[in-house]
Design a protein around this ligand. Structure first.
Ligand SMILES: N[C@@H](CCC(=O)N[C@@H](CS)C(=O)NCC(=O)O)C(=O)O
Ligand SMILES: [Fe+2]
Length: 370
């Protein structure tokens, strides 16, 4: 059985979907953000449950959809441990085995294109990312690349696989789709029959222009494709604030909650939550229960009960004002407290300093209508 091979023409990237034909559990390798709808449709068409998203490396030329697939399809994200992809739930070491249904896939550390790059072996197939390309190989001139490491990964790791193994590359720029280990060992113009020194000289002489999107792609891919370089309301950096630990975007707050670093506390009133919508996995500690009330007299006790020692607290209200007051109070109580910019609904006036995106409800993050 072959994997499903999908192509992104803008970046010449191949994405692969593999699945267990009986349980329908699937893995997707190197998904591309702009192809999210296509990939979700493929999963629906084949009746698949996405168990895992998998990266061969932190890409420099396109942005992954791993973070979005985790949200929308319930997948766990996996990435090579040495790629610095901090949001990946599974950090893969050399030799790691990933299961989907009864199928198994093995991770092989194949540095060279980047120091953390991996290839994945499944049955008699190998997904080589940007290590081995068809009649080529990934460039080694940026992002911790190394021609010496590449030569070793090609000749001592990938070329030790059986000759009949099908090679599925991370890119092809000439329309080729697959090859075999035997064919590449015999005929790949970059390294077949070449010494390490000859290979290094070929790589040194390539002088390729940098990928056009490298400046935005790499930082985003280190966070599963969630953008850090946009408006503060979408940023994955903490914004400094006075009187509490900082302001954070909905996306950063949710990433912390998913990774168990922070507790999400919704400080809206019971009536607002019931009327407008609930946030799954949020603790509820109202700052006020009705407009006339100055503060909820049991706020301190309820908050301290909701946040275990050592965890951050991220506070959410409707528009991002009460959560600032609550974050200041939480700080006085000794907690590491952050305000979620834009709140649940966003700033109704769209003031630039308070974000522009419309808050949690419109952020694409999970919420439930009453
Ligand atoms: N023109 C492409 C650059 C593509 C590129 O540099 N691709 C990398 C993989 S991320 C590579 O290793 N290319 C090998 C080659 O072109 O020989 C872009 O701007 O995105
Ligand atoms: Fe790459």
């Amino acid at each position: 059985m072959n994997p499903i091979q999908l192509f992104d023409t803008a970046s010449s990237t191949y994405t692969y979907v593999l699945f267990d034909t009986s349980t329908r559990d699937a893995i997707i390798i190197d998904p591309v953000d702009t192809q999210l709808e296509r990939d979700l449709q493929v999963l629906r068409d084949y009746g698949l449950k996405l168990a895992l998203t998998l990266e061969t490396h932190a890409h420099a030329d396109h942005i992954t959809s791993a973070g979005m697939l985790a949200e929308l399809a319930g997948a766990k994200t996996a990435a090579p441990v040495d790629c610095g992809i901090s949001t990946a739930a599974v950090q893969l070491k050399d030799g790691a085995i990933l299961s989907f249904g009864t199928e198994k896939l093995r991770a092989m550390h194949t540095p060279g294109h980047t120091a953390g790059s991996m290839s994945f072996v499944w049955r008699d197939h190998v997904f080589t990312g940007d290590t081995l390309l068809i009649n080529g190989c990934g460039r080694t001139d940026f992002q911790s690349g190394s021609s010496e490491a590449m030569y070793h990964s090609l000749t001592q790791v990938l070329f030790k696989l059986p000759d009949g193994t099908t090679v599925w590359p991370g890119h092809d720029y000439q329309g080729k789709t697959s090859s075999t280990i035997g064919a590449e060992k015999a005929g790949n113009a970059r390294m077949a029959g070449k010494t390490e020194a000859e290979f290094v000289a070929i790589m040194d002489a390539l002088h390729l222009p940098p990928p056009k999107r490298i400046a935005e792609a790499v930082p985003a891919n280190l966070h599963g494709g969630l953008r850090h370089d946009a408006h503060p309301a979408n940023s994955l950096q903490v914004q400094p604030a006075a009187g509490y630990a900082g302001d954070v975007s909905c996306a950063l707050a949710w990433a912390w909650v998913q990774h168990g670093e922070a507790v999400l506390v919704d400080v809206r009133t019971d009536a607002e939550r019931a009327w407008v919508g609930f946030v799954p996995d949020a603790e509820t500690v109202a700052w006020k229960q009705w407009p006339g009330m100055v503060t909820n007299p049991s706020f301190d006790a309820e908050l301290l009960a909701a946040v275990p020692p050592g965890k951050k607290v991220v506070l959410l209200c409707r528009s991002g004002l009460r959560s600032i007051a609550a974050a200041k109070r939480a700080t006085e109580l000794g907690l590491q407290a952050y305000n979620i910019l834009d709140g649940f609904e966003g700033d109704p006036d769209g003031n630039a300093h308070r974000g522009h995106k419309g808050g949690w409800r419109l952020s694409g993050l999970p919420w439930r209508q009453s």
